[in-house]
Design a binder for this molecule. Structure first.
Ligand code: HEC
Ligand code: HEC
Length: 484
């Protein structure tokens, strides 16, 4: 057992920090969020023929260019370099693309990510051997790395499975774990979230004694301002970046000294928003615009079930098939958990961790479903490696929760990490608590109906996103390897 795990982690955001970091950081500013999540209003089981009324009722419509923030090509090119360059991680051993790889549908193919220190790519990612070396990861991440499709759409009012980075009514308009340390000048939420992976010890920062960025964080007792300041210095020290930065930001008037962390977040946001947005006129969008043959008959029947009898659209609605709200659907809890909460300190209370409202326990943001067939494993902790199984889970969540088969997840093995993975789901008390909060009713579908629903899930794939190799650059300005 790794010594890191001897002490149960405390219930706050900073529980993501290693013990040594925690001591250095005080006092902790903890901001509660204000968005109350809507109670699920179940619908009557009506299987009518009038598909179109149902679409408009659930506001499921074709995607329009105006749904997204605008994109600037030069910023996107710079953002692509940042996204793939390990120079931006404390130990120069991981980039955004490690966990959000275009070769793995902008995610990592794992139930729960393995951050800095691990080696290799996607399902082959390797946490090292037991006992771990000092440079191996101390732990798994805490949640499934989500895909990045369409996160540049304006309707995303919160980011992360628990929405802890979100729009609010404060003067700068954003609520984040950085509190007052968030620099001014951001235009949208995707720009904001794009500077946060740098500040996560397990994801990109590294341990306090390992590099000058994490050391500055430890010395100054904050994971935010010192990290962002040092990171900007590091990028400025790479002359290859200068022409790209100055071209992307003419307002700098050729002076690299004006370059700051907001420019970093903005560029990465432009890259994601241009490369990973759903293309116009996908088969499903054409179908929504009246071309009935654009998707198969099975998928069209599946869509009718989705908006009708199967009640999916009560939460998965709008053009991206999410209500952007938080719901408890009883996905089994695997992995180390989030924030050291629950019976064994291995649970994930989801939205409650942000709002501190017990009514938000086990609620997670309804995920968008465009491209959902590509983005497994599914659920906030990737508990389901088969799309069919997360869909079946919704139909009888209690049964699925209590009969969860641990061979369903994708967690590369290391003895000390493995020991923690199933503590929560093996505890009947935890399962009972999760079960009590399930919001979705049991729904009976015939097997042929279920097949139609699955056909609809697959019909949500954008054919242009099946192959994203063109979004990977040949090299990055630092000259570091794109591979591990
Ligand atoms: C070690 C893996 C890892 C790395 C590296 C990483 N991420 Fe993530 N990312 C995650 C995980 C896990 C989450 C969800 C965290 C949560 O909900 O608590 C996430 C969430 C996100 C989200 C929110 C998506 C949503 O639907 O809410 C965005 C956007 C994002 N990351 C972008 C980036 C960018 C940009 C970088 C590089 C600067 C990056 N990530 C680096 C693992 C990673
Ligand atoms: C009460 C709201 C609600 C309803 C109704 C609902 N879902 Fe979900 N769905 C969610 C939430 C919340 C999650 C994420 C749960 C988690 O991460 O633990 C989710 C996750 C999913 C996922 C996995 C997506 C991913 O990226 O991980 C799929 C697929 C899905 N739902 C499909 C459906 C289908 C099909 C139906 C109808 C049978 C349905 N949902 C009904 C709220 C709902």
């Amino acid at each position: 057992m790794n010594k890191y795990y001897k002490k149960p982690r405390s219930h706050n955001y900073l529980s993501v920090l290693s013990t040594s970091f925690k001591i250095l950081l005080s006092p902790v500013v903890f901001v509660a969020a204000c968005t109350a999540s809507q109670v699920w209003a179940g619908e009557k089981d009506k299987d009518d023929e009038n598909g179109h009324n149902r679409h408009s009722k659930h506001q499921i419509r074709a995607i329009k260019p105006s749904d997204y923030a605008p994109v600037d090509a030069k910023k996107a090119v710079l953002g692509q370099a940042f996204f793939f360059d390990k120079e931006l991680s404390g130990n120069r051993n991981i980039s955004c693309s490690t966990c959000h790889s275009p070769l793995s549908a902008t995610s990592d193919g794992l139930s729960i990510n393995l951050g800095e220190g691990a080696h290799g790519f996607s399902v082959g990612r390797n946490p090292g051997t037991y006992p771990p070396l000092a440079t191996d990861p101390l732990e798994r991440g805490q949640r499934n790395a989500p895909s990045l499709f369409d996160r540049g759409a304006k309707e995303f009012g919160s980011m992360m499975h628990d929405g802890r980075i979100e729009l609010d009514n404060s003067p700068d308009g954003f609520l984040t774990p950085a509190g007052d340390e968030l620099p001014p000048g951001f235009n949208n939420l995707l720009e904001v979230i794009s500077i946060f992976a740098f500040t996560e010890i397990q994801e990109m920062l590294g341990q306090p004694n390992e590099n000058e960025i994490s050391a500055a964080a430890a010395a100054q007792g904050s994971l935010f301002t010192p990290v962002w300041t040092k990171l900007v210095e590091r990028i400025k020290a790479q002359p290859n970046y200068h022409p790209m930065i100055l071209a992307a930001y003419p307002e700098l008037k050729g002076d690299i000294n004006g370059f700051n962390i907001v420019h970093v977040g903005r560029a990465i946001a432009h890259f994601q928003n241009s490369s990973f947005r759903t293309s116009l006129n996908t088969p499903f969008d054409r179908y929504l615009n009246g071309d009935e043959g654009a998707i198969s008959k099975e998928a069209a029947r599946g869509f009718k079930l989705f908006t009708g009898k199967a009640q999916c659209a009560s939460c998965h609605n709008g053009p991206f098939l999410t209500d952007q709200k938080f719901h408890a659907i009883g996905v089994p809890q695997i992995g180390p958990g989030f924030g050291g909460v629950g019976f064994d300190g291995r649970e994930d209370f989801g939205r409650e961790g942000v709002t501190k409202d017990i009514n938000d326990r086990y609620k997670f943001r309804t995920p968008p479903l465009r491209n959902v067939a590509l983005t497994g494993p599914w659920g906030h902790d990737g508990a389901f490696n088969m799309l069919e199984d997360i869909v079946r889970h919704h139909l009888d969540a209690k049964k699925s929760l209590n009969n969860y088969d641990i061979s369903q997840c994708v967690l590369p093995s290391r003895l000390d990490l493995d020991e923690l993975d199933f503590i929560a789901t093996n505890n009947p008390n935890t399962r009972y608590e999760i079960e009590q909060r399930i919001e979705i009713p049991k729904i009976r579908l015939q097997e042929n109906e279920f097949k139609d629903l699955m056909a609809f899930m697959f019909a949500l794939t954008d054919p242009e996103h099946l192959d994203l190799r063109h979004t990977v650059p040949k090299s990055v300005p630092s000259g570091l390897s794109l591979a591990d």
